[in-house]
Write a protein that binds this ligand. Structure first.
Ligand code: GAL
Length: 667
């Protein structure tokens, strides 16, 4: 458990560097990430490198006892490079290049950018790969930020055709898989296939999903190229990439497979403002962020990181990029930091050491104000550094893994498919995965977030948010895990080619869910349907409401009625099943309101033998190593019952708003 900071020596006079480094060290910072946007200073003119300033910056940091996270600078190709190779610029859906003058202005499929990236990464890794102060690497910066995964360039289309050839082998196979006989879209050769863009009405969904899969693979290929170069010249130094919060435009599991550390950039207030949350929810958590948002991301990235995951950028104060940018409540920078460790983070690194008074991000806070005084976030970071020492003294394994009883299956293609083929405009996969996660967290459960091909053995409860395409062996793996499994609606509703399964949904899950979804409907945002639990206290009182979607279910006998294999546990007002169970498999035919979701998950957890507690929405608990961490996002003091006073390592039984308590578990 350690702290880091993002630092831009190129933004500041060299006369400040030593003081900066000494103050970082004194504050308790151990690692410093540098250079991810510094290409124009590393190579001011083509082929003429200037390493002198970077040599000195690294030496100053190293002399202060700081470890450097060295970044490849490929998120910002310099102007001269773009002028020499205009094909580096990505092409937007409007067919026009996206211009120089900000960042991430490159196309993952550009052959010249691939070569130029190899060149600068090699030069950098050769120069610093074995430098004693360089302890870690970061590839690029935030792959895909600013909608840059997909490009519609000729280079991308050419590579897409090759990708299709490898996937389908023959054009007949592609035509069959996609169903191109519809609207006379049949192709005679792979060379006839373009990007699915600028069509008169919606382009073919299978074509679109394959383009997204292809673009995702391009990100993985580009990252792999950088990782291989770094490993060749800097053996033994872990390689990270800083992913983004809830970002889903490429398959992060595939990119993380080549890394040692999956890191992510945590901006809880900016995220709350920019995500789907309703205005009253945004107002409620305005200065704290949603209590489950950062945690959800921690658990996503922990689930793909070989070494403990990191927060590479932690919000230190107000950001600049959301529509409105509130200031965090005092205490939140500390709380967010502890929350990361409570979910297993190896490092929390603040963005950035000092607010720069120029350019796009001049309104974005740092640990220091532009006139170089420690800001609130800086003081809180110092407090966290002090507390880390206390916690580690109490328990050396303070952020060690625990064996969680609950898994949530998370999938990137699901997001793309529902976006391409929504059937209901607000069917937003990450939101629904988050809502299931949030319900589990409100019950005090520690959750592992895992990919669909993960080993599922050892879990007692597995939650599967709407997952349209299920692998052929998924049902068998779920069954052999022995866990209770909850499926969201639309699970198993498509084949991998984006067709309706021959046996109707849930398709390949029919062996464990003997049912047939014979009709579906989507629901407008202002429409809900009452839901009643079959064993509810009063059959005339609704227990909650369904939103967004309804699957119409019948037993697989096709008789029009649910058969004896299905236990109908809740119904819609019109009598159709809303929740059915078969053995240990639970199928939810809709997305329910939060309270009903929590209630159902509590019941199912009990059946699965998993203990829950009722936390409400503002206090959250996590267990790591031998410690329990409690965080109070609310505006009232929360008092813990049944914990001995001498169990506390940080805090006490009464946890103030924005407060943190850490105690020895089981005391
Ligand atoms: C991240 C990015 C940083 C900085 C930061 C501002 O997305 O990696 O470079 O822009 O946001 O919040």
């Amino acid at each position: 458990m350690r702290l880091g900071v993002c630092y831009y020596p190129e933004h500041w006079p060299e006369s400040m560097w030593e003081d900066d480094a000494l103050r970082m060290k004194a504050l308790g910072i151990e690692q410093v990430r540098i250079a991810e946007f510094a290409w124009s200073r590393m190579e001011p003119t083509p082929g003429e490198y200037d390493w002198s300033w970077l040599d000195r910056a690294i030496d100053v940091l190293g002399a202060a006892g700081l470890q450097v996270v060295m970044c490849t600078p490929t998120a910002t190709p310099p102007k001269w490079l773009i002028d020499r190779h205009p094909d580096i610029l990505p092409i937007g859906a409007d067919g026009r290049p996206r211009a120089f003058g900000s960042r991430r202005h490159y196309d993952f499929s550009s052959p010249s950018y691939f070569v130029e990236s190899q060149r600068i990464c090699t030069a950098l890794a050769q120069r610093y790969g074995k430098h004693p102060a360089v302890a870690y690497w970061q590839t690029d910066n935030e792959f895909g930020c600013h909608h840059t995964v997909v490009s519609y360039s000729p280079a991308a289309v050419g590579r897409f055709r090759e990708w299709l050839k490898a996937r389908y082998q023959t054009i007949d196979a592609l035509n069959r898989a996609w169903g191109t006989v519809f609207w006379s879209m049949e192709y005679r050769s792979f060379d006839e296939i373009d990007a699915p863009v600028a069509t008169v009405t919606e382009a073919h969904p299978s074509h679109r999903l394959d383009y997204r899969r292809f673009a995702s693979d391009e990100v993985a290929r580009y990252n792999r190229m950088q990782v291989e170069i770094i490993r060749a010249y800097s053996p033994g130094r872990p390689v990270a990439h800083n992913f983004m919060q809830l970002f889903s435009e490429f398959d992060h599991y595939k990119v993380a497979a080549d890394l040692d550390v999956a890191a992510w950039d945590s901006y809880p207030l900016g995220a709350l403002e920019e995500q789907w949350f309703a205005p009253d929810v945004k107002a409620r958590w305005l200065r704290s962020g949603h209590p489950d948002f950062a945690s959800f991301n921690h658990d996503v990235y922990r689930g793909m990181s070989k070494l403990p995951f990191w927060v590479m950028e932690q919000q230190p104060g107000p950001v600049n990029w959301a529509q409105w940018n509130p200031a965090p409540l005092p205490g939140m920078v500390r709380l967010w930091s502890w929350e990361a460790f409570a979910h297993g983070a190896g490092c929390v690194s603040y963005f950035r050491w000092r607010q720069a008074p120029f350019a796009q991000e001049q309104m974005h806070a740092g640990l220091n104000t532009p006139d170089n005084r420690l800001d609130i976030g800086g003081h809180e970071a110092a407090q966290v550094a002090e507390e880390i020492r206390t916690v580690l003294a109490a328990n050396a394994d303070a952020n060690a893994a625990i064996r969680s009883k609950v898994a949530l299956v998370y999938d990137y293609e699901a997001k793309w498919l529902f976006e391409i083929h929504p059937q209901g405009a607000d069917f937003h996969y990450p939101r629904f995965a988050f809502e299931y996660y949030s319900a589990l967290r409100a019950l005090g459960l520690d959750v592992d977030i895992v990919p669909v091909d993960a080993s599922l053995d050892g879990y007692r409860l597995i939650v599967v948010p709407p997952l349209p395409v299920v692998p052929a062996d998924f049902a068998a793996r779920l069954a052999s895990s022995g866990a209770h499994v909850v499926f969201g609606p639309r699970t198993g509703s498509k084949t991998q080619d984006v067709q309706i399964p021959a046996n109707l949904p849930p398709g390949a899950l029919a062996s464990v869910l003997p049912l047939r979804v014979w009709r579906v409907e989507s629901m407008r945002p202002n429409v809900t349907e009452p839901v009643r639990l079959v064993d509810g206290k009063d059959a005339t009182v609704e227990d909650g409401v369904a939103r967004h979607w309804r699957d119409f279910i019948e037993g697989d006998g096709g008789s029009g009625a649910t058969d004896s294999f299905l236990d109908v546990r809740a119904r819609f007002a019109d009598g159709h099943p809303a929740y059915v169970k078969s053995g240990a498999f639970h199928y939810l035919a809709s997305l329910f309101d939060d309270a009903l979701t929590v209630r159902l998950f509590a019941r199912i957890a009990k059946e699965a033998g998993v203990d829950t507690i009722s936390l409400g929405d503002s206090v959250r608990i996590s267990r790591r190593g031998a410690l329990t961490y409690v965080l109070n996002y609310g505006d009232q003091t929360h008092t813990l019952a049944n914990v001995a006073d001498d169990a506390f390592v940080i805090g006490s039984r009464a946890i103030e708003p924005q407060g943190v308590a850490v105690y020895r578990s089981g005391k």
